[in-house]
Design a protein. Structure first.
Length: 119
């Protein structure tokens, strides 16, 4: 069973930075895509950033220029570097991974890590 374990969340002041980590229980090249999602209270879960098997990245418009997704294959870990944080970035951040198995895609999720941006 695939496991994704997030870490790095916490409380930070506006304008500050945090780096989230997502360690997978297997080689991250086994996934077609990995990414980060977030869910704020009372809102739907939304995509923040993604990185494909080939290394292509994409970002939500709200975080472009401030967040960077990257990976360390040797550590089976995907990162989300978050800079110039704003109060509206406050949410639970989830790591996700998608793998094509036989005839369908299967999605895996981490347990989430809280990010709070407040003075």
């Amino acid at each position: 069973q695939v496991q994704l374990v997030e870490s790095g969340g916490g409380l930070v002041q506006p304008g500050g930075s945090l780096r989230l980590s997502c360690e997978a229980s297997e080689n991250i090249f086994s996934f077609n895509v990995m990414g980060w999602y977030r869910q704020a209270p009372g809102k739907q879960r939304e995509s923040v950033a993604g990185i494909t098997f080939a290394g292509s990245t994409n970002y939500a418009d709200s975080v472009k220029g401030r967040f960077t997704i990257s990976r360390d294959v040797a550590k089976n870990t995907v990162y989300l570097q978050m800079n110039i944080l704003k109060p509206e970035d406050t949410a639970v951040y989830y790591c996700a991974a998608r793998k094509y198995i036989t005839t369908r895609f299967v999605d895996y999720w981490g347990q989430g890590t809280q990010v709070t941006v407040s003075s």
